[in-house]
Design a binder for this molecule. Structure first.
Ligand code: IMP
Ligand code: MG
Length: 181
């Protein structure tokens, strides 16, 4: 298994996160904002995007894992780590690395809505265009990408490559999806 070509460079990511941060800063001025990142993949987006949000935001983290066969997202999600904080009446922004089937996020949205936040929006660095099996409204999107398996910038293949500063495509042969988040 080899890393293929660079799809999105470090410079492109930096610039796009700055733009997304500027929009969020403008949209949420004066509001009580809590950024919620989904571990592990979103840790890098959280770190870099949050530094472009010039508001006194709170931060929290969740960890989830898919039930069932590890080769495909099942949509049945187990919460491994829940939020530490209450979100009632607060403005939640879910920070995600990538939206693929959208099933994980659909579950999370439903789960968090029950807690009666003032609002929930999604900020995702990557969106695999047109393949969501459930409609997901993503307010802040970094890049729309083809439905290939990608690694880097938080995204892993079998636990590795999260530390690459760019997003790269994995070479074709024997890519299996997995559920490390
Ligand atoms: P979902 O299919 O939208 O539920 O995706 C759930 C999770 O699968 C994402 O948050 C990622 O952690 C992981 N994932 C989906 N596509 C990729 C990929 O191309 N590379 C690495 N991880 C991925
Ligand atoms: Mg993830």
């Amino acid at each position: 298994m080899e890393i293929g070509k660079v799809l999105i460079s470090k410079e492109q990511i930096d610039q796009r996160l700055e733009e997304m941060g500027a929009r969020i800063t403008a949209d949420y001025a004066g509001k009580d904002v809590i950024l919620v990142a989904v571990l592990k993949g979103a840790f890098m987006v959280m770190a870099d995007l949050s530094r472009h949000i010039h508001l006194p935001v709170d931060m929290d983290f969740m960890a989830v894992s898919s039930y069932g066969a590890a080769t495909q997202t099942s949509g049945v999600v187990r919460i491994l780590k829940d939020l530490d904080q209450e979100i009632a009446d607060r403005h939640v922004i879910i920070v995600e690395d990538i939206i693929d089937s959208g099933l994980t996020l659909a579950y999370l949205l439903k789960n968090l809505q029950v807690r009666k936040p003032a609002s929930i929006r999604i900020a995702a660095l990557l969106l695999k265009a047109g393949i969501q099996s459930v409609p997901i409204d993503v307010e802040y999107v970094g890049f729309e990408i083809p439905p290939d398996f990608v690694v880097g910038y938080g995204l892993d293949w079998l636990g590795k490559y999260r530390n690459l500063p760019y997003v790269a495509v994995m070479d074709e042969d024997d890519i299996t999806r997995h559920s490390e988040g």
